[in-house]
Design a protein around this ligand. Structure first.
Ligand SMILES: Cc1ncc(COP(=O)(O)O)c(C=O)c1O
Length: 460
């Protein structure tokens, strides 16, 4: 890889324009004030910035990278498609060959009976589309009154006004309200910090009962769908669902004619040690949204998957078609990239490798917890991990200082990209990360934790 060289003057000009001319996504003005981070190269788990510094990326470019940066197989697949036909929309009766081949591949790797694709470009659109499909399906069956949607507090489903309506974070909703009517929120399922005040040993799945009560109270005849992430994302610290919860949700939805939508935008494509997170619990939804790692981030792509049975309501007979679409959904180059990405994952057994990484990190983090008192609850599976910092390991007391940001900035100075959501540290590397690199991650993290303890005067 040849990295372009920039003069100090060029860097200063680029930084100035970046600050003045771009509103970044989910911008943090505090962070922007410290430094605009401009990247110019990538290889494997590493990124290079404009100042020539090398960084080990533990957040896999916003959890997109599965197979690492700079893979020639993906580049070649994109170029081959580019030379043949760069784009034709998946519109009316039009297809490109990569779209069809990818749909076949998805039918092979997706769980249960999910084997029909609707193509999009982003995770938000995929979730939005699943919600639209649910609504139109009910409407076509004379049930337009089924319009409400159950979501969960603490889950993120996207940035459109539709998906924001069902996103369970007040700060991401409040300035856009009023949002879509009929959003019903069920409790977040976080056993170590249960919002219902229960203890896992004795709770009898109160969180599931809360969903059942909500359905009864609201009347199932008014509810279209339930959208949830089977393993809640980095914002929530990847708390695993308790045994029986997802199965219970599946049963409730089936019994009440409510479509179950799994948002696997973050967890799909091997990240949890299975192709899709829901396979860890043997539960298949009616619709599933995937994006991010589908192309390892080489190009934007998302898919809303559903079963043949559900899709058939919209197929074959003129007049019943699904009324939804986007110009670039299923872009030929993106589908070619996805096929090459999945081929690498299969050839290199990366899904099984992710499961191994999960076991390795589980051990390493358990050891780290015995040495660093700031380490509180640790949750994760495969390559998706979160460490909650605590003021007291015994009582799980929340920290009153922002040690997470200190640790993230410390790691950046040492050449490691780490994501923090306040005092939740997220470690979510690419699936190709080696054990040596994982050891480096844990060693740097340990030094950062020690530095934070010292900085904030917290006892070691
Ligand atoms: C669980 C989940 N759902 C949906 C989205 C939205 O995807 P996108 O940003 O591609 O629209 C994200 C993005 O981070 C996500 O993590």
């Amino acid at each position: 890889m040849q990295l372009e060289k920039f003069t100090a003057q060029e860097i200063a000009q680029l930084e100035k324009s970046a600050h003045e001319r771009i509103i970044t996504h989910w911008a943090s003005n505090d962070d922007l004030a410290k430094e605009a981070k401009i990247f110019i190269g990538g290889e494997g788990c590493y990124l290079y910035d404009i100042k020539g510094r090398k960084f080990l990326d533990t957040f896999s470019s916003l959890i997109t990278t599965a197979v690492g940066h700079g893979r020639p197989e993906i580049k070649d697949a994109i170029v081959r498609q580019l030379e043949a036909l760069e784009f034709f929309p998946n519109y009316h009766d039009g297809f490109t060959v990569p779209q069809i081949r990818l749909a076949d591949k998805m039918a092979e790797i997706a769980p249960g009976d999910l084997e029909v694709c609707f193509y999009l470009s982003s995770g938000s659109e995929a979730n939005e589309t699943a919600l639209r499909l649910a609504r139109q399906h009910h409407w076509m069956h004379g049930k337009a009154h089924k319009y409400k949607v159950i979501a969960r507090r603490g889950s993120y489903h996207g940035t459109t006004l539709g998906t924001a309506s069902y996103t369970g974070f007040t700060s991401l909703r409040e300035c856009f309200e009023p949002l879509l009517p009929g959003a019903l929120f069920a409790p977040q399922v976080k056993c170590h910090d249960c919002e219902l005040g229960c203890k896992p040993e004795t709770c009898g799945l109160r969180c599931l009962k809360a969903v059942e009560d909500l359905i009864k109270w609201e009347n199932s005849d008014t509810i279209s769908a339930m959208i949830m992430d089977p393993l809640p994302g980095s914002n929530s610290g990847y708390p695993p669902p308790p045994p029986g919860y997802l199965q219970g949700i599946r049963e409730l939805c089936s019994k009440n004619d409510i479509f179950l939508i799994f948002d696997e935008v973050q967890t799909g494509f091997g990240k949890t040690g299975k192709w899709f997170a829901c396979e860890n619990w043997g539960v298949t939804p009616d619709m599933m949204s995937v994006s991010k790692a589908i192309t390892s981030g080489y190009l934007p792509l998302a898919i809303m998957l559903t079963s043949k049975k559900i899709a058939s309501a919209f197929q074959n007979t003129p007049g019943v078609e699904f009324r939804s679409g986007s110009t670039f959904g299923g872009h030929a180059l993106s589908c070619a990239a996805a096929l090459a990405n999945i081929a690498i994952m299969e050839k290199e057994n990366l899904v099984a490798r992710a499961a191994e990484i999960g076991k390795y990190l589980d051990r390493k983090f358990a050891q780290l917890k015995t040495r660093q008192r700031l380490v509180g609850e640790v949750h994760g599976m495969g390559t998706l991990w979160a460490i909650e910092l605590t003021a007291d390991q015994a009582t799980n007391l929340k920290l009153s200082v922002d040690a997470g940001t200190f640790i993230r900035d410390w790691c950046w100075q040492q050449g490691m990209i780490l994501r923090n959501n306040g005092n939740i540290l997220v470690i979510a590397p690419a699936l190709i990360i080696s054990n040596d690199e994982l050891d480096t991650v844990v060693a740097l993290l340990e030094q950062a934790l020690a530095a934070a303890s010292k900085h904030f005067g917290l006892t070691q």
